[in-house]
Ligand binder design. Structure first.
Ligand code: TTP
Ligand code: MG
Length: 401
């Protein structure tokens, strides 16, 4: 293939995923506006709708009452989460036929590092068509694909020609094409970040591409330059296989907030709880892990993961929590509301002894044996009195009964 990109990243996003599955399974829905979420008079919001319903102005997150007002002839269906998850697994399985480097980023989207498949195809369009066809053959559903030299631009591409689209762009083309668009067209820029940028006189992506880095840093901290990088389509993230890893390979927990939040302290408190849960499961199973992955799902359901690797193996909450917080600092987009966080530990090794010696520096004083005792005690207390009984705070164990 005649392509001089260093990396070839393909992003797949299923079209109107939940709605398309229902249309596939109920042929009488064909051509009708379909809204998924529940009956029109019920509380709650639409999780998605098909492209027919979108013509009426209906969209994900809209209250079902509002959907009904906009589209009284729509067909309103309940969500069937279990079915959608199993279709999701089938989709991912089809993608794994091409490469092991598949990262399932959410229920209906995945990144694939196709660099090593370069020789198999005559060109990028052929590669894209082959992946889309494989998905169709497996689940009889259409998806949209984007191909680019990095993950961010690939993701932006897959949204360009929905449904059933295929878009290929290099970074220069991305910059040129997106320059005139509003900031909200960038995945990763939410409403409040957009407002903050507007107040600095930045209204479109082209202006952000050029904006002095220092001024952005002064206003948004370390995330400032990242915003400019997004506008310029600069992204260095790797496609880390994740999402379909088996329980043996990773251990983790996630939690959906009762209300979406951008309160960093609150998010950190939840990370602490998730780190404790993950650590406890590691210890119980006799595992230690080297890599901590943070998962963030924003209010608009866009999902990202960010990971850090340690140069030692651990099964301590202190280590896991510290790495999860660093991931949060690196990955969180300020002022953007978060709906779910998850902490996962991977690159596991069986230690044999389920309470074996710890190597982290969480307990600064005391011998390894004391650490072991303390952790055993905490685990058994939690077993007897529930999760809330003991909690790590900073670098000590406190009771929060
Ligand atoms: P999306 O990929 O955002 O949406 P979609 O696949 O329905 O439509 P598009 O063609 O624009 O990609 O989300 C995937 C699924 O996740 C979606 O079918 C339903 C679910 N979802 C929710 O439950 N609530 C939400 O707010 C969103 C955005 C998605
Ligand atoms: Mg989708």
């Amino acid at each position: 293939m005649n392509c001089d990109w260093q990396k070839i990243i393909l992003h797949v996003d299923m079209d109107a995923f939940f709605a398309q599955i229902e249309e596939r399974d109920k042929p009488w829905l064909k051509g009708k506006p379909v809204i998924i979420g529940g009956p029109p008079n019920s509380r709650g919001v639409a999780s998605t709708c098909n492209y027919e319903a979108r013509k009426y102005g209906v969209h994900s997150g809209m209250s079902l009452t509002e959907c009904y007002r906009k589209c009284p002839d729509g067909i309103f269906l309940r969500t069937h989460g279990g079915k959608y998850s199993s279709v999701s697994v089938e989709v991912m399985t089809a993608l794994f036929e091409f490469t092991d480097k598949v990262h399932a980023a959410s229920v209906d989207e995945a990144y694939m590092d196709m660099t090593d498949c370069r020789a198999v195809f005559h060109g990028l369009p052929e590669m894209g068509k082959a992946v889309k066809q494989a998905v169709w053959d497996k689940v009889k559903l259409t998806c949209s694909a984007g191909i680019a030299p990095n993950k961010y631009v690939a993701k932006m591409c897959s949204g360009e020609n929905k449904p059933d689209g295929l878009t290929i762009m290099n970074v220069e083309e991305f910059r040129r094409r997106f320059a005139p668009r509003k900031l909200s067209a960038l995945v990763g820029i939410g409403e409040s970040t957009e407002k903050a940028l507007n107040s600095m006189g930045i209204w479109n992506i082209g202006q952000l591409q050029q904006y002095p880095e220092k001024a952005l840093k002064d206003r948004f901290g370390v995330n400032g330059p990242r915003l400019r990088d997004l506008a310029n389509g600069e992204h260095t993230g790797e496609v880390t296989p994740m999402g379909l890893e088996s329980e043996e390979k990773t251990m983790g927990h996630e939690s959906t907030f009762r209300q979406d939040t951008d309160d960093v302290e609150y998010i950190k408190a939840v990370l602490l709880k998730l780190s404790e849960d993950a650590a406890r499961r590691l210890r119980r199973g006799g595992f230690k892990g080297r890599r901590v992955t943070l998962k963030l799902r924003y209010a608009d359901f866009s999902t990202l993961t960010h990971q850090r690797s340690m140069n030692y193996l651990t099964n301590e909450e202190g280590d896991i929590y510290r790495e999860a917080c660093k991931c949060l600092e690196e990955a969180l987009i300020p002022h953007r509301k978060v709906r779910l966080v998850g902490v996962r530990v991977s690159h596991l090794q069986k230690t044999g002894d389920s309470y074996s010696v710890f190597q982290g520096d969480f307990f600064k004083s005391g011998s390894e044996a004391k650490k072991l005792q303390a952790l055993k005690a905490v685990d058994s207390l939690r077993d007897r009195f529930g999760e809330k009984v003991m909690r790590y705070a900073g670098d000590q164990i406190v009771s929060v009964k």
